[in-house]
Design a protein around this ligand. Structure first.
Ligand code: SF4
Length: 338
């Protein structure tokens, strides 16, 4: 059983910007009763908790069985033999766990957890676009609803978007819904001489679109030698200044394998906390931007969902949508086999 000391050791190096929000031993003590009750329910119900890197640290280090980015967590959901999967992130990620595990109970403790990308496009939009672009392969970012996935050909995540877009056999691709990621992939394919036509939908992540190339210049001036790690949801101007572009798990691996001492992370600030906890001797310059949807997750919501899930906490998918969305997600896994 997790002790206050163990939890405090994991959380104490996370600099949350405001001293009032720092993780003290006293604060960790208040988490323990809820954590213990959640652990008991996990055992009783054969449940696991999957948590995205952006959710509050007391969830990541208090109760999560697996943490990571959307691709890594989708794989964990697929491999799990637990009867119940509690997905602590935002709605589309819990839906993805259900797509790959139709026979299991998937619980979402944060049912109002939207996402400006997933909420910016509907299945009706995709059907209209397919009529407009009949010869295109439709590629959707994982940040989409199950209904949108069901109407697309291939799903991608931030950790595999470049690889899959390069491997797709056709030369006409419609990428949705992230315009900035789409522009970044277009630049990547152009630099590789891939000769593909990529049309892009006009959605954005409200967190990542805020970052400016000038911030990178300023941080490089203030922290000579810093490595700049950028999420592909950022603008091409920011991506063009990066030492590394990839998912949150990719950034974690980059830091683990790097001899460098300092890193500037252009992504939601939750990842900075994870890295500060995992690598207390390295220096991280983060952003102060948080995703309001991810940060709406709490230990209390997880507990009440495990104890007595409301209908809105239980992911249910229409069987036809589930089947077609699974075809789209399976296609992603098939592109990554070799
Ligand atoms: S950080 Fe952006 S892409 Fe991720 S869940 Fe929040 S709004 Fe969506």
């Amino acid at each position: 059983m997790l002790t206050v000391e163990q939890l405090y050791n994991k959380l104490k190096d996370i600099r949350v910007g405001n001293p009032c929000c720092q993780f003290t031993e006293e604060r960790c003590k208040t988490f323990l009763p809820v954590i213990e009750r959640i652990e008991q329910l996990k055992r009783e119900k054969n449940a696991i908790i999957l948590a995205h890197n952006y959710v509050p640290p007391q969830i990541l280090y208090g109760v999560a069985d697996h943490t990571g980015d959307s691709y890594g967590l989708a794989k964990k959901a697929l491999e799990s033999d637990a009867e119940v999967i509690v997905f602590t992130a935002v709605r589309f990620m819990a839906e993805t766990a259900k797509i790959v595990n139709p026979g299991k109970m998937v619980l979402d403790p944060n049912p109002d957890g939207g996402c400006t990308l997933a909420d910016g496009i509907t299945a009706a939009d995709v059907k209209r676009l397919r009529e407009e672009f009949p010869d295109h392969t439709f590629v959707c970012y994982i940040n989409t609803t199950a209904e949108v996935k069901a109407n697309c050909d291939v799903c991608v995540t931030s950790s595999n978007v470049y690889t899959i877009m390069e491997r797709i056999e056709t030369d006409k691709i419609y990428f949705l819904p992230d315009r900035l990621m789409g522009e970044n992939v277009k630049n990547f394919l152009r630099d590789k001489g891939a000769g593909k036509q990529v049309d892009v939908y006009d959605g954005t992540c409200y967190v990542h679109e805020e970052y400016q190339p000038e911030s990178v210049d300023q941080v490089r001036r203030n922290f000579p030698g810093v490595k700049v790690l950028v999420h592909p949801e950022c603008s091409p101007g920011v991506v063009g200044k990066a030492d590394y572009v990839g998912s949150t798990s990719g950034m974690l691996d980059y830091v683990r394998e790097s001899d460098n001492d300092s890193f500037f992370l252009l992504t939601e600030c939750g990842l900075t906390g994870v890295l500060e906890s995992e690598f207390p001797r390295k220096q991280f310059v983060g952003t102060c931007t948080t995703c309001r949807y991810m940060k709406a997750n709490s230990l209390e919501h997880i507990l009440s969902t495990l104890e007595n899930p409301a209908p809105s906490n239980i992911i249910e998918l229409d069987p036809e949508i589930q089947k077609n969305a699974l075809r789209c997600v399976d296609k992603m896994f098939s592109y990554l086999k070799n």
